[in-house]
Design a protein around this ligand. Structure first.
Ligand SMILES: [Zn+2]
Length: 465
């Protein structure tokens, strides 16, 4: 649905769409345990009855069900996020987008909240090959626990999560959780209550993120844009408008630091598509008309057929006093970080190599499932060169032909497409998009409750940070 809106709003012609190269076992094992990855690769709806012990051990089966194509779903969304990180590392674009990513609850050897593989941790590890410090920001209504846990003891990754706290899944994210050892003060948690509106949210988001950028000075930013923090979400209880949510994207973009935009939760799907479409426009610096263009999901957007929806009149339980206290506490913690940490220079690890598998959007109407064709096995660097060439020639085509959103509409028939973008207003944007059968994506469905501890919590030292 998001992709349909991007196509019909004419945004795809400002982007370079690239197909996600599936992450391989060894790519997933940079964070996840070998036996967990083997389990995900092998499990099927038919065989799951024979593996009850393993299902329980890896927390798969209830909130995180087994379904046909589960492993390839994981490989695809993880490949999109890591591929975006590789592009940012190569300065191929300023902003990379993977709305299918952002599955922030997955642990080293445990699925959680509809997240199986943590594409965010994997993409941050990729960014750390080039950048000394990476900032992670999470505006999903649920605490970004999997990412926080992975980097809890390092000062090379700062995690900042804004979330509903108190009798709410996953149960973690207390303001007093600030990181440990070298990571002390490098985890920030912003606990919020029901009904928060745009103004209250931004009264925390902007001053906190301004200070974070000042003291931490990240080389790259990963922003998880979970849309379950929007007003009217089926599982959420906040009252943000799409513009209020997108203000976070606009603000983080304004620092002109390489930016990876990821999806996440969101359970009123018409609003999820609206939100991520609008935020793609924000990434491109293009303001979209409220009146929605015709598209294949048009009937979902009635009765108004507009991009924006009004927030509700629900009570905002976040008092001014409470917000002031949270802000001062967090700014105080940040003031303890006077200088951005540095790391010793060391040889740069090799990029994650991806075999070639993208095509230009214009050609997509001929493509069905024949994904990895003649380019299989090519290293990524060559691919970047080719894509840069493609972008240049495509720019010329756009100039010749002028605008025309419909040219890309046929791409909707492809089973997957990936996007890369050339931004007319500022730098360039690249995005990976799953098409058009919505994968069973949707993150963190688990209602309230049980905070479980993984058998082997991942730590930054496991990953040699
Ligand atoms: Zn969520």
């Amino acid at each position: 649905m998001t992709h349909a809106l991007l196509a019909h709003y004419g945004l795809l012609q400002n982007m370079h769409v690239v197909k996600p190269v599936p992450a391989r076992d060894k790519d997933l094992c940079r964070f996840h345990a070998d036996d967990y990855v083997s389990f995900l690769r092998g499990i099927t709806p038919e065989t799951q009855q024979d593996q009850l012990r393993q299902l329980k051990r890896f927390n798969v089966g209830e909130d995180c069900p087994v379904f046909d194509g589960l492993y390839s779903f994981c490989q695809t969304y993880a490949g999109g996020s890591v591929g975006g990180a590789v592009k940012l590392n190569h300065d191929y674009c300023d902003i990379a987008i993977n709305w299918a990513g952002g599955l922030h609850h997955a642990k080293k050897c445990e699925a959680s909240g509809f997240c199986y593989v943590n594409d965010i941790v994997l993409s941050i590890l990729e960014l750390l090959k080039v950048h000394q410090r990476v900032l992670y920001v999470d505006i999903d209504i649920h605490h970004g626990d999997g990412v926080e846990e992975a980097f809890y003891t390092t000062d090379r990754v700062m995690t900042v999560s804004f979330h509903k706290f108190g009798d709410y899944f996953p149960g973690t994210g207390d303001i007093r959780d600030i990181g440990y050892s070298k990571g002390k003060y490098y985890s920030l948690n912003v606990p919020l209550d029901d009904g928060i509106d745009d103004e209250s949210y931004q009264s925390l988001f902007k001053p906190i993120m301004c200070k974070v950028m000042e003291v931490f000075r990240p080389g790259a930013v990963v922003l998880q844009c979970g849309a379950d923090s929007l007003s009217g979400d089926r599982l959420g209880c906040f009252n943000l408008s799409i513009k209020g949510h997108a203000e976070c994207v606009k603000y983080m973009r304004s620092f002109n630091v390489p930016l990876l935009l990821l999806g996440g939760g969101g359970y009123t799907i018409r609003n999820v598509a609206r939100c991520w479409c609008y935020e793609t426009g924000v990434a491109l610096g293009i303001e979209l008309e409220d009146k929605m263009p015709q598209n294949e999901y048009y009937e979902y957007f009635g009765p108004d057929y507009t991009l924006h929806v009004a927030p509700s009149n629900m009570e905002n339980k976040n008092s001014r006093q409470l917000l002031d206290e949270i802000r001062s506490k967090l700014l105080d913690n940040l003031s303890k970080l006077q200088h951005a940490p540095s790391v010793q220079f060391q040889e740069r690890p090799p990029d994650t190599e991806f075999p070639e598998a993208d095509e230009d959007q214009e050609d997509d109407d001929r493509r069905s499932d024949d994904s990895d064709d003649e380019n299989e096995g090519k290293p990524f660097v060559g691919r970047v060169k080719r894509e840069l060439h493609d972008i240049e020639s495509k720019d010329m085509d756009v100039k010749k032909e002028g605008a025309g959103a419909s040219a890309n509409a046929s791409a909707m028939d492809a089973s997957f497409a990936e996007i890369s973008i050339k931004d007319s207003n500022s730098g360039s944007v690249a995005a990976a998009a799953p098409l058009p059968q919505p994968p069973p994506a949707a993150v963190d469905v688990k209602p309230q409750g049980n905070v479980t501890k993984p058998e082997q919590p991942a730590s930054a030292s496991d990953m040699n940070l």
